[in-house]
Design a binder for this molecule. Structure first.
Ligand SMILES: Nc1ncnc2c1ncn2[C@@H]1O[C@H](COP(=O)(O)OP(=O)(O)OP(=O)(O)O)[C@@H](O)[C@H]1O
Ligand SMILES: [Mg+2]
Length: 250
C-alpha cells in the first residue's frame, strides 16, 4: 500500500489556529525494557530494532502481554529502556535533559489510550487546554486553540460537558483533540478503538487517518487486524517482547 503522505507540510486548516505539521521518524536499536519481579525477569520489550519513517502509519499488533504498551511508553518518553536506545526525529531520548524530555512529551508526541484518560472533574475544553498550560501557552491563546482542536474533531458543541456526560466516541474525540493540541509530529495510539463499537471506532480511525494525511507519523496498537489493514501502510508484530514476522501473511 502506498504511503499517503503529502510532500509539503500542510496547514491543518488555514482558518484555524494550528501550527504546520511535520512527521517525526523513529529509530529503535536493541531496545529493551525488563522488569524484575523477585527472582524472575520479565522481558517486556526484548532487544528490538526497527525504523519508522516520517509520515508513516504503522500498526503494532501482538497478543495481550506481548509488550505493545511497554514499547509505546518507551517511545513516548514515559519510561526508560533497560538496554538499547530509541531516537525520535533524530534525537536519542536517553540523551535529553529533563527539560528537553518534558518538552518532547508535550510537543513532539501526542498519546491516546483505550480508556481515554480524561480528567473527570474538568470540562472537555479544560481537558484539552491542560497540555498547553504545561507548555506555558498564554491563556487567551490556549482557549482558542483548545476550541479549534475540539471543533476539528467535531466536538465544538460539547465544550462544557464533563467526560461522564459524553458518549465513548465523544470521549475518544476529546482525548484526540487533547493529543493534537500542541501539534505533535508523532501520534502514539494504544488501542484507540478498543472501547468503541465498530461504527464509532471507524469514525475515530477516519480522524486518525486524516491526521496522518496532514503529515503526522502514527504508531497505533490494535487487536483488530482488519482495522490495521484498512488504515496502516505497514505492520509490526510483537511476540513475547520480540519483533516477529507477520504470523498470518496476506
Ligand atoms: N510495571 C510492570 N511490572 C512488571 N511487569 C510488567 C509491568 N508492566 C508490564 N509488565 C509485563 O510486561 C509484559 C508486557 O506488558 P504490556 O502491557 O506491554 O503488554 P501489551 O502487549 O500492551 O498487552 P495488552 O494487549 O494486554 O495491553 C506483560 O507480561 C506484563 O505483565
Ligand atoms: Mg497494552
Amino acid at each position: 500500500m502506498a504511503l499517503r503522505r503529502s510532500k509539503e507540510p500542510v496547514h491543518w486548516s488555514s482558518s484555524r489556529n494550528v501550527k504546520l505539521n511535520k512527521g517525526a521518524d523513529i529509530k529503535a536499536q536493541g531496545l529493551s525494557r525488563s522488569y524484575r519481579m523477585g527472582e524472575a525477569e520479565i522481558r517486556a520489550v526484548d532487544d528490538i530494532s526497527f525504523s519508522i519513517a516520517a509520515g508513516e502509519f504503522v500498526a503494532l499488533l501482538g497478543a495481550s502481554g506481548s509488550g505493545k504498551s511497554s514499547l509505546l511508553n518507551l517511545i513516548a518518553g514515559l519510561d526508560t529502556p533497560t538496554a538499547g536506545s530509541v531516537a525520535v526525529a533524530g534525537r536519542d531520548l536517553a540523551r535529553m535533559s529533563r527539560e528537553e524530555l518534558a518538552r518532547y512529551r508535550r510537543s513532539t508526541v501526542g498519546m491516546v489510550f483505550q480508556a481515554f484518560n480524561l480528567v473527570p472533574a474538568m470540562t472537555v475544553l479544560e481537558n484539552v487546554e491542560l497540555p498547553m498550560r504545561f507548555a506555558e501557552v498564554p491563556r487567551e491563546l490556549r482557549m482558542d486553540r483548545a476550541r479549534a482542536s475540539l471543533e476539528r474533531v467535531g466536538l465544538g458543541h460539547r465544550l462544557n460537558h464533563r467526560p461522564s456526560e459524553l458518549s465513548g466516541g465523544e470521549q475518544q474525540r476529546s482525548s484526540l483533540a487533547r493529543a493534537l493540541v500542541n501539534s505533535p509530529s508523532l501520534l502514539l495510539a494504544d488501542e484507540p478503538t478498543g472501547n468503541l463499537d465498530s461504527r464509532t471506532g471507524g469514525e475515530i480511525m477516519d480522524l486518525i487517518h486524516q491526521i496522518n494525511l496532514e503529515g503526522t507519523s502514527i504508531l497505533m496498537v490494535t487487536h483488530e487486524r482488519p482495522l490495521a489493514e484498512r488504515y496502516a501502510s505497514r505492520f509490526i508484530f510483537l511476540r513475547d517482547g520480540k519483533l516477529v514476522e507477520d504470523p498470518v501473511p496476506a
